[in-house]
Design a protein around this ligand. Structure first.
Ligand code: F0G
Length: 353
């Protein structure tokens, strides 16, 4: 019987990695494109969700991590390090466990979602909480990797981008061509860089006939690419994208500019509303940061942007179960309905009679 082999084996010929690279995989990638009946109906476009929460550790990071860890292992690394707002650390820890090497993680203290912390810890990472933000953690990790025998696997490592570009390949493979628009949340800006690389490579190879317009969405309190300058104290409920000085700044700006796209921002309220509506209307539960692109589509629809007749892919980057505290915090009214163990009482509370 056939099963999806993971992004290295599925796309090895298209990855620019050393030839003898071993494969450390958890069978990541091959994630579903789910048509959003809600967003398609609302906008008149054909809107697809690339559901990256279906990856092994629940986010798109696994695509980059299989490649970064495999190359690191091929080069003899015994330990890996990353800075993270949560998902990168969860992914790195899992792949390090699979590879049998040591994971070291630096995270902003008190600012990563509980599910992600649980993943990093259970996969065996040494987790160091830093009194600072993600940008501080990344700066520290860069120095650690220079001074000590630990390989850096943040997206400043080009192998991460190599792996993550496979999401664009999968989309073109599924749809038969590139979409007209690609919408996604942006934090450290590695993912928009990777998608653009993937789309460009497929167009150059003649697999696709066009490039999508790239629309990157940031949280209003952490929107350096919108402001055009780093943000010293980024703040947002979407902790995954609470980043003030994205590492892939130039490549991300190039992706937006070359594609005719843009960076824009949505408020925390818009993000949480989009998260909630996506879950309730389409059945797709994503974490807050992952809803930024959906919130952006809603905002542009409300502003009157006409996407009718076009084909749109929205990447939803991470699973809703990553951060249930934030999800439930908007719902205390509904989870607090309690009745005695009595069917009539339940029926009454449910409004059935
Ligand atoms: N969505 C989620 C769920 C993320 O975890 C991230 C980044 C992004 C979007 C933004 O992607 O950084 O490539 O622009 N999370 C990183 C982390 C920073 O440490 O997990 P980006």
């Amino acid at each position: 019987a056939h099963q999806w082999r993971g992004v290295i084996e599925e796309y090895r010929d298209l990855l620019h990695i050393p030839e003898q690279t071993p494969t450390v995989t958890l069978r990541e990638g091959g994630t579903p494109l789910v048509e959003s009946r809600w967003l398609s109906g609302l906008t008149g476009a054909e809107v697809w969700l690339k559901v990256e929460g279906n990856n092994p550790t629940g986010s798109f990071k696994d695509r980059g991590m299989t490649v970064a860890l495999s190359v690191a292992v091929g080069e003899g690394a015994k330990a890996v390090v990353c800075a993270s707002t949560g998902n990168t650390s969860a992914s790195m820890a899992a792949y390090a466990a699979a590879a049998g090497i040591t994971p070291l993680v630096l995270v902003p203290q008190g600012k990563i979602a509980a599910g992600k912390m649980a993943q990093a810890v259970l996969h065996g990472a040494q987790v160091i909480q830093v009194r600072g933000n993600f940008d501080d953690c990344l700066r520290m990790c860069r120095t650690l990797a220079e001074d000590y025998p630990v390989a850096l696997v943040n997206s400043v490592n080009p192998m991460r981008i190599e792996g993550q570009k496979t999401a664009a390949f999968e989309i073109v493979d599924m749809l038969g061509d590139a979409p007209d628009f690609h919408v996604l949340p942006v934090g450290n800006a590695g993912n928009i860089t990777a998608y653009w690389k993937g789309y460009c490579e497929y167009a150059e190879a003649g697999v696709s006939t066009k490039h999508p317009t790239m629309l990157g969405w940031q949280a209003a309190g952490a929107a350096p690419l919108v402001a055009g300058a780093p943000v010293a104290e980024p703040e947002t409920v979407a902790s995954a994208i609470r980043i003030g000085n994205p590492a892939s700044w130039d490549a991300a700006v190039a992706a937006a500019t070359e594609s005719g796209g843009a960076f824009r921002s949505v408020t925390d309220e818009q993000i949480l509303a989009a998260q909630r509506e996506l879950a309730a209307r389409d059945g797709v539960f994503v974490e807050p940061a992952s809803a930024a692109g959906v919130a952006g589509m809603l905002l542009e629809h409300a502003e009157g942007r006409d996407l009718g007749g076009s084909r749109v892919v929205v990447t939803v980057t991470g699973h809703g179960l990553k951060d249930i505290d934030t999800a439930l915090s908007t719902f205390s009214d509904l989870v607090d309905v309690v009745v005695d163990a009595d069917t009539d009482a339940a029926a009454a509370a449910a409004g059935l009679r």
